[in-house]
Write a protein that binds this ligand. Structure first.
Ligand SMILES: *[C@@H]1O[C@H](CO)[C@@H](O)[C@H](O)[C@H]1NC(C)=O
Ligand SMILES: *[C@@H]1O[C@H](CO)[C@@H](O)[C@H](O)[C@H]1NC(C)=O
Ligand SMILES: *[C@@H]1O[C@H](CO)[C@@H](O)[C@H](O)[C@H]1NC(C)=O
Ligand SMILES: *[C@@H]1O[C@H](CO)[C@@H](O)[C@H](O)[C@H]1NC(C)=O
Length: 471
């Protein structure tokens, strides 16, 4: 399979890209041999990879397998084409679209090196051509002309039962969404436009889902009626990748190895999940979360601390337009500490600074940058407390639960745009994860938490780790 085809398919996930149908390489273009016993072991391996982390009952089973083998200097290279039968999906907020219920046609490239299989490439899409056409017709950029969008997007007039079925389902799920999140729209046009954005987002969520290598489920969230551009502008933090981070002192590395798992929430070092609202202030929440943990571990009291103080008084950072944890630590030191959430409460927009040093309940003495090695980060976390990190927020707009593990090209470590707090780590069904406190309210993700694959530098989680120091 030419790598440009894969690339095109991946690019289809990026906003604004032309629609590319779910279509693995046409089988006729290659002399696929009929199934032979030699293909069975690599096919089973590919299936196991496909099912990795899925619970019993939600695993696909192998249909037909064809392929061929090439001997190379490294070992045997298998090119397989297999059909995988997906079990019926049960979660209506994740899988109402036909794409998640169908037989998948997959191509795999697998290298067998000294008896060990390595999956080099996988490319899967639904077999049903009607489904494929529907999905690709839906998978378009968000419309510019709000008036045109509904009729072109939800073709109620189209007599095709598949389209009608989809229109009905999506409209009903959208109604539930509007009720659940108490949405009001200014006009009927606005509501219709939001419905079409919502429907596109469901398709996107399923594509992200299909490409996720972890156990994450993507689907309806409270952000499902926003275009990704709107979401980025309102909630994310471009300064994290645009501004060079101030150099901080490197933390001394610890000699104790990381325990197998750790969770600061169970040890009283983490306050409740907060909500940054429509403001790109994640950096402030990430830093207060870290300082809350440091104060608790060094002084024995857990205090919920003020992000608003940082929005108003840290003049180096840009309040709702973003900021950097490294600057925020410096601001806290210069100001003379942090007030509590109760004393200086969150407004979600910038105000005049009203910090008073007498009201500060917490101080910090320094800040440190932490290792990029995730083993060392885990060891540091278990010994010293929750860690401020920055990540690429790819997929988080639609994240519901499970361990996210997006493909690296989709979640580049160089494109970080969101600051959060590592509060623990462990394994779930043998998949290593970081437990991440987010600041989008407890009605997002797993009670406000995000779970991200650990040990692979996923989404740049290891690239901007830092902590305050309380002496
Ligand atoms: C959409 O329709 C409204 C009234 O129906 C009209 O005022 C508006 O200009 C239209 N907008 C576009 C972008 O065509
Ligand atoms: C729903 O939103 C309306 C208007 O924004 C508000 O007045 C009302 O209190 C909200 N209800 C709930 C249950 O949140
Ligand atoms: C840490 O900072 C606080 C407040 O600025 C100060 O009172 C304290 O002496 C500092 N501790 C050390 C060890 O420097
Ligand atoms: C977690 O899973 C990884 C990968 O499967 C494995 O290497 C590791 O030993 C597991 N750790 C624990 C504590 O189970």
């Amino acid at each position: 399979m030419a790598s440009w085809l894969l690339l095109l398919w991946l690019l289809a996930l990026l906003p604004g890209a032309a629609p590319v149908p779910f279509k693995p390489r046409a089988a006729g273009a290659r002399a696929w041999e009929p199934s032979s016993p030699e293909l069975l072991a690599p096919a089973r391996f590919a299936l196991d990879e496909y099912n990795r982390g899925r619970a019993a009952g939600s695993r696909a089973v192998l249909g037909t397998v064809r392929g061929r083998v090439r001997r190379t200097a490294q070992g045997s290279l298998y090119s397989l084409e297999a059909t995988l039968e997906e079990p019926p999906c049960k979660d209506p907020l994740v899988c109402l679209l036909p794409v998640s219920k169908k037989t998948m046609l997959c191509t795999f490239e697998i290298l067998n090196e000294l008896g060990k299989h390595i999956l080099l490439r996988r490319d899967c899409g639904p077999v049903d051509t009607k489904v494929t056409a529907l999905v690709s017709s839906l998978f378009q950029p968000y419309p510019d002309n709000r008036n045109e969008s509904v009729s072109s997007f939800l073709p109620q007039l189209n007599s095709d039962p598949l389209h009608q079925d989809f229109s009905m389902k999506i409209t009903s799920v959208f109604k539930d969404f509007v009720a659940t999140y108490n949405r009001t729209y200014e006009s009927e046009e606005e509501a219709q436009w939001r419905l079409s954005v919502f429907a596109r987002n469901m398709v996107r969520a399923q594509k992200i889902q299909a490409l996720d290598r972890g156990t994450a489920q993507y689907g309806v969230t409270k952000f499902s009626d926003l275009t990704e551009e709107e979401f980025r502008t309102i909630y994310l933090n471009p300064l994290l990748r645009e501004e060079p981070s101030k150099k901080m002192r490197l933390a001394k590395s610890l000699t104790d190895p990381a325990p197998p798992e750790w969770d600061w929430r169970k040890k009283g070092a983490v306050t409740e999940v907060k909500d940054q609202g429509m403001c790109g202030s994640c950096w402030a929440f990430s830093v207060t979360g870290n300082v809350e943990g440091q104060w608790f571990l060094n002084r024995g009291t857990l205090l919920s601390l003020s992000e608003q103080e940082l929005l108003d008084c840290d003049k180096v950072d840009k309040a709702c337009l973003g900021g950097l944890p490294s600057n925020a630590y410096t601001a806290i030191e210069k100001l003379g500490g942090l007030e509590t959430e109760d004393d200086y409460s969150y407004q979600g927009h910038v105000q005049a600074c009203s910090f008073s040093a007498q009201m500060a309940k917490v101080y910090i003495n320094d800040s440190v940058e932490l290792s990029q090695n995730e083993q060392k980060l885990a060891a540091w976390l278990a010994q010293k407390g929750p860690i401020s990190v920055a990540i690429n927020a790819f997929g988080m707009q639609f994240y519901r639960h499970g361990i996210a593990h997006p493909l690296r090209p989709l979640c580049s470590p160089w494109l970080i745009d969101h600051a959060v707090l590592l509060v623990g780590y462990g394994n779930r069904s043998n998949i290593p994860f970081w437990a991440i406190k987010n600041s989008w309210g407890s009605d997002w993700g797993e009670e406000g938490y995000y779970y991200l694959h650990r040990g692979s530098g996923a989404c740049g989680v290891n690239t901007m780790a830092s902590s305050a120091v309380v002496n």
